[in-house]
Design a binder for this molecule. Structure first.
Ligand code: HEC
Ligand code: HEC
Ligand code: HEC
Ligand code: HEC
Ligand code: HEC
Ligand code: HEC
Ligand code: HEC
Ligand code: HEC
Ligand code: HEC
Length: 409
């Protein structure tokens, strides 16, 4: 019987709640008691595991000498470098894990060992993250628990514990602004403010276990896992070869990586234009950028104008729902044109813009027609009001005449 299996058998042998290690430790002080207190809410405790499941020893014994005896496999304190293998004893054991959680992955250690964290730990560097830095060691929660340190909304803070600590990171010469930058991004805004679970937290780009997500072979390609259409178009552009040859990554050359902001036409032309960083004025790249910016602005204005007139007609009770619906196709064309910018081919943007402009024009004219119809109806109403008033006045005068005639007789 392997040591692991032996420990496990001891751990499982104790019925849930009968854990003498925990009971005795809870009554001690400081660093000896803290684990026992935190363990009360640990996912492992709820599954029936005891302190001995990780530390070895015998949880059935009340005598400390026997409970914590080397003969019963007691390990005592656990070195940081030993933690991944300790956790993986169960978490890489598919037969065991699937008894508790049939869907659970069992590749955490394998993934971890491919990451910078794992590789450095294996070389003895204990400043990197290991399992317990991200999950805790004694108050471990289910990962989907909003209180879990690896929940997408809490994870940035967990990583920042080391990565934003200049002292801790000094030996590595890495920047320490990831957290601060990320918190200004459109991604954090979508995740935290708009509660959009499809927006990336640190792990969606870097992988849960420190390596890049399995479907991504380089950090440069990570954006495409979510922005697939944009990536397709970018791949058709001359930039792809130019950027990736320099090892500079793709999307991040223009959008950055941690502080990704909402995209806007200001990126194309004007003071904040990114294109101008590489394409000086007078070059083909600069010309294309300016023309694209002009076309997109023109379509945006035309759509706004059409929307304005349709709104006015609708407010005055005119039926314009069909034209309003059609205008959405125009908005769609604008969205597509903004994405087509990534090909940096003017004709791709231009054809979508013209499609959108023709829809905007039709919608505008539908609005004009509705307003003319409204005016016609108002005139008609006025005419009938006048006619009715004249008729009433006539009748009244007639009545007066009859009444005064009656008095004379
Ligand atoms: C009756 C009380 C008692 C019981 C039962 C007990 N312990 Fe302890 N444990 C202590 C005390 C006191 C210390 C600190 C003194 C020492 O190291 O012997 C300690 C130390 C430890 C340490 C820290 C070792 C170190 O070097 O930092 C660990 C880990 C530990 N116990 C785990 C366990 C586990 C696991 C069990 C059950 C299998 C257990 N204890 C059972 C009282 C107890
Ligand atoms: C899921 C595995 C696991 C379980 C279960 C577990 N521990 Fe630990 N324990 C660890 C790891 C990993 C460390 C070292 C990492 C750390 O210091 O955070 C550790 C460290 C400790 C230490 C040393 C703390 C220090 O500050 O030096 C004590 C004492 C301890 N555990 C006691 C317990 C007791 C008592 C229980 C049961 C109530 C328990 N542990 C259950 C994994 C576990
Ligand atoms: C750098 C931080 C980090 C480290 C180190 C880390 N994890 Fe995780 N772990 C995560 C994140 C993030 C998730 C996913 C949370 C979610 O699904 O929202 C996760 C998920 C898990 C899960 C749930 C199942 C799954 O794979 O999604 C288990 C089990 C787990 N980790 C165990 C481990 C073990 C064992 C180790 C050490 C070998 C480890 N983790 C190291 C961050 C980490
Ligand atoms: C003795 C076997 C064993 C050891 C050792 C162990 N785990 Fe677990 N762990 C489990 C089992 C079984 C579950 C599932 C419990 C359940 O679903 O009720 C689990 C659940 C978890 C979860 C929650 C997974 C989820 O999907 O929400 C995390 C996170 C986790 N363990 C991390 C760790 C870490 C970190 C270590 C090492 C410090 C560790 N485990 C050591 C057996 C173990
Ligand atoms: C316990 C501290 C600690 C925690 C927590 C931590 N890291 Fe790290 N991380 C390090 C250290 C130290 C390095 C090593 C730097 C090196 O060798 O370049 C590192 C390296 C990295 C690297 C490789 C950087 C490079 O280019 O060399 C990435 C990416 C990374 N961490 C991401 C994360 C993410 C994402 C999280 C949270 C899910 C996280 N880390 C949590 C300490 C930590
Ligand atoms: C939208 C994807 C994305 C998100 C979200 C993200 N990163 Fe990154 N991260 C990247 C890319 C891309 C790189 C650059 C890799 C390269 O240049 O090789 C990077 C680089 C890093 C590095 C290496 C040093 C550096 O700054 O270049 C660390 C450390 C890091 N990220 C940590 C984090 C942490 C911590 C979080 C969460 C607060 C996070 N990242 C969120 C994509 C992301
Ligand atoms: C896990 C999925 C995911 C990943 C990975 C991801 N994004 Fe995003 N991205 C989103 C979501 C969701 C939004 C929010 C969309 C919204 O609310 O408008 C978004 C928004 C954006 C926006 C703003 C769009 C706008 O309407 O102005 C840009 C630009 C962007 N991402 C670029 C990137 C870049 C560059 C990367 C890689 C470094 C990346 N994204 C990685 C999901 C992702
Ligand atoms: C050459 C610079 C450049 C590169 C490289 C680049 N983008 Fe963009 N991206 C832009 C510009 C400029 C806009 C704004 C267009 C507008 O709003 O008029 C934009 C807009 C976006 C938008 C918002 C589109 C929308 O629907 O509103 C997303 C999302 C996006 N980019 C993601 C990416 C991704 C993912 C990659 C890599 C596959 C990438 N970008 C590569 C310049 C670039
Ligand atoms: C980081 C530098 C950089 C940025 C930023 C950049 N480009 Fe480029 N661009 C290049 C390089 C390098 C080439 C390839 C030149 C070649 O193939 O001769 C290129 C090629 C082009 C071409 C084809 C030019 C030709 O002569 O056929 C166009 C058009 C273009 N870029 C437009 C843009 C637009 C629009 C933007 C902003 C959204 C932009 N570029 C941002 C570096 C950049």
């Amino acid at each position: 019987m392997s040591l692991g299996l032996l420990l496990l058998t001891f751990g499982l042998a104790a019925a849930p709640g009968r854990d003498n290690c925990q009971e005795c430790h809870a009554a001690l002080d400081g660093r000896l008691a803290a684990p026992a207190q935190a363990y009360a809410r640990d996912v492992h405790r709820r599954a029936g595991f005891t302190c001995a499941s990780c530390h070895g020893g015998d949880a059935q014994e009340t005598d400390p000498g026997l409970a914590m005896s080397k003969q019963r496999g007691f390990l005592g304190a656990i070195a940081r470098t030993a933690i991944p293998k300790l956790c993986a004893r169960c978490h890489s054991d598919a037969a065991l894990m699937h008894k508790y959680r049939p869907q659970q992955r069992v590749d955490q250690l394998a993934q971890y060992l491919t990451s910078v964290h794992g590789q450095r730990l294996m070389k003895g560097d204990t400043a990197v993250a290991t399992c317990s830095d991200c999950h805790g060691a004694h108050g471990i929660s289910e990962v989907k628990d909003p209180q879990s340190p690896v929940h997408p909304l809490r994870l940035p803070q967990t990583c920042a514990g080391c990565h934003a600590d200049a002292q801790h990171m000094r030996p590595y010469g890495l920047p320490t602004d990831q957290f601060e930058q990320y918190r200004q991004s459109v991604h954090w805004e979508a995740l935290a403010r708009r509660r959009d679970p499809s927006a990336p937290s640190c792990a969606a780009c870097h992988g849960n276990h420190g390596a890049t997500p399995p479907e991504v072979n380089s950090m440069a390609a990570v954006c495409g896992t979510c922005h697939a259409l944009v990536e397709d178009l970018y791949r058709q552009s001359p930039h792809r070869a130019a950027f990736e040859a320099g090892g500079r990554g793709g999307c991040t050359v223009c959008h950055g990586h941690h502080r990704v902001l909402r995209a806007s036409p200001e990126m194309l032309a004007g003071e904040k234009a990114i294109c101008a960083q590489c394409h000086e004025s007078g070059s083909k790249g600069a010309a294309v950028a300016n023309e694209m910016a002009g076309l997109l602005a023109k379509l945006r204005d035309a759509l706004a104008r059409a929307q304005g007139i349709l709104n006015r007609a609708a407010r005055d009770g005119m039926e314009v729902s069909e034209a309003t619906l059609r205008l959405q196709d125009g908005q769609e064309a604008l969205v597509k044109a903004r994405v087509a910018v990534h090909t940096v081919r003017l004709e791709n943007v231009a054809s979508l813009v013209h499609e959108g402009l023709s829809i905007a024009d039709q919608s505008y004219r539908a609005g004009e027609q509705a307003l003319r119809e409204r005016d016609r109806r108002r005139l008609g109403l006025l005419v009938s009001l006048v006619t009715v008033s004249v008729a009433i006045a006539g009748l009244w005068m007639k009545l007066r005449a009859i009444e005064s005639g009656g008095k004379q007789t």
